[in-house]
Design a protein around this ligand. Structure first.
Ligand SMILES: [Zn+2]
Length: 69
């Protein structure tokens, strides 16, 4: 089980937005990206995230940093 205290510390690695616990995942409250919890350890890695419905790539996420060239 992921503790409330840990939840407060964790954030979406893309946009630093807060996450909430949803079943087996931590879900970003901003972009909806889902991060799996493996053996009670949240895996806050972009390589491991599950995209929300309707989003085809990480670049489409609201949290994805917009590059300015
Ligand atoms: Zn996010």
């Amino acid at each position: 089980m992921v503790s409330e205290r840990l939840l407060e510390i964790l954030a979406c690695p893309l946009g630093k937005a807060p996450v909430k616990l949803e079943g087996e995942y931590l879900v970003c409250t901003k972009c909806g990206a889902k991060y799996p919890i493996k053996d009670d350890i949240p895996v806050m890695l972009i390589d491991e995230l599950v995209l929300p419905d309707g989003v085809k790539s990480v670049e489409e996420l609201a949290c994805y940093p917009k590059e300015t060239t």
